[in-house]
Design a protein around this ligand. Structure first.
Ligand code: 5AD
Length: 455
């Protein structure tokens, strides 16, 4: 059977979609190629959130198409967000591309590849909407290479209704559609039966999960009800989710952290800006003060809470004063880490045509200043862990140095240590001996009575 190579750009949702497509292909008898050089089918699962991500995938496909002259017969396809937003235009531009599959059609990819390889069809473009597509990302590729997966991602919903003025996602992923709680729990249960210890619930805005379909019960939102149901699964050790939206951090969710021990003390909570004026122009739906209040409340319930964020610099109309408010929020919020993005105009979004677009050099400069602040703060925060104990769940070999093992603290910090395969899947206490750049190094052999690493 032919072999397939999938290259994924962008977010964790894309990673998860690629995994489901790969698993569907494997179930049909295809093999997964170790590299694109030996693959019979090459798929690029694309991201549209910034222009850079689109250019990377287009550049990659152009290079692959160039290669094709030497390797005829290799099937080339685009999937995901850019496939959705550009559709047939991609084939007009790159005629060697055979397949374009949108964000509601991932589950058709295997069947389309069959048809193309059998010569029944010449080109396929499918970017239509499909009712029920939110429940089609369910197959997992566990236990690859004979090893067991400790962590898994579960897609609980698709789409977004927030319409932030900078963001293309509502146009590429469609409106919010949620799976049912029993369907999600059944998938999680199967994963745990297959050895998974930690599950990350995934969606564009997970805190909006089930809003339209599942009524609030005893003051608990549908999302909190879902976490409670997943929490019941025996053998599951940890629950994470990404990404929430600050507007969805009601008291019911804050309170859940104090009540549900499997819900780890970690949150990726995108703030985007520290200026109320810019937050409003972005259509974020909260103020700086409300954001900081959520963080305070979370730390009241779980003082050791690890919080990361996303920040956009250079949104249209952002003045030096607005930007300084972002810098001061970064100092106040005491983030573990932050992903900084230079504003990138996206087609059809309101912000792309707003007046006062910020010049490139200013976006660059603000990006550098924010990064410097985050790095300095991170170094201090990670450095303060040295000498303390941390509890980690061991995931497998370290990516940078496969001779060592890596795990994550509940607060989502990576800890690298000298270990072996027998540690995989274990929850271990390690002493932190050194801090690198957003990485900790630990020693499982040293017992320590100084207490846990909280900060
Ligand atoms: N320009 C720059 N960054 C963006 N993001 C989303 N849209 C844009 C854009 N047009 C960032 C946001 C979001 C993250 C996934 O990508 O910070 O949280």
């Amino acid at each position: 059977m032919p072999s397939v190579f999938i290259k994924t750009y962008g977010c964790q949702m894309n990673e998860r979609d690629s995994e489901a497509v790969a698993a569907q292909l494997v179930a049909k008898g295809y093999s997964l190629a170790a590299s694109e050089a030996v693959a019979d089918v090459i798929l690029l699962n694309t991201c549209s959130v910034r222009d850079g991500a689109e250019q990377k995938a287009l550049g990659k496909m152009t290079a692959l198409a160039g290669d094709l002259r030497r390797k005829p017969g290799v099937l080339l396809g685009f999937m995901g967000c850019m496939a959705q937003s550009r559709g047939r235009e991609l084939i007009d531009r790159l005629p060697d591309v055979d397949l374009v599959v949108g964000t509601q059609k991932f589950h058709r990819t295997a069947e389309y590849i069959d048809e193309l390889l059998a010569g029944r069809r010449d080109k396929i473009v499918d970017v239509a909407e499909e009712a029920g597509s939110e429940a089609t990302i369910r197959e997992h590729l566990l236990n690859g290479n004979g090893t067991k997966s400790v962590t898994a991602f579960v897609s609980i919903m698709q789409g977004c209704n927030q319409y932030c003025t900078f963001c293309i996602v509502p146009y590429t992923r469609g409106g919010e559609r949620s799976r049912t709680i029993p369907d999600i729990v059944a998938e999680c249960r199967q994963l745990v039966e297959r050895g998974v210890k930690e599950i990350t619930l995934l969606g564009q805005i997970v805190t909006s999960y089930g809003k339209r379909d599942i009524p609030v019960r005893a003051g608990k939102s549908a999302f909190v009800q879902l976490i409670e149901a997943v929490h019941e699964i025996d053998g599951l050790e940890r629950i994470r989710f990404t990404s929430p939206h600050p507007k969805g951090y009601g008291d019911d969710l804050v309170e859940a952290y104090g009540r549900l021990p499997k819900l780890v003390e970690s949150a990726h909570l995108p703030v985007q800006s520290g200026s109320d004026r810019i937050l409003k122009a972005m259509h974020r739906g909260y103020t700086r003060e409300r954001y900081l209040e959520i963080i305070r409340k979370l730390r009241q319930v779980r003082p050791e809470m690890g919080i990361t964020t996303d920040i956009i610099v250079g949104f249209p109309g952002e003045t030096e004063t607005d930007f300084e408010e972002t810098l001061s929020l970064v100092r106040e919020a005491d983030f573990d880490n932050a992903f900084i993005f230079k504003y990138s105009p996206r087609r059809d979004t309101p912000a792309a045509t707003m007046p006062d677009q910020v010049p490139h050099e200013v976006r660059e400069e603000r990006n550098r200043r924010t990064l410097a602040s985050i790095n300095e703060h991170g170094a201090r925060k990670y450095g303060s862990c040295v000498g303390r104990m941390a509890q980690i769940l061991v995931e497998g070999p370290s990516r940078k140095n496969p001779a060592r093992m890596m795990g994550r603290t509940r607060t989502n910090r990576i800890v690298v240590f000298d270990g072996s395969e027998r540690h995989r899947g274990q929850i271990m206490d390690v002493k932190i001996t050194r801090a690198g750049s957003f990485t900790l190094y630990g020693d499982p052999a040293i017992l320590n009575l100084d207490g846990p690493c909280n900060q």
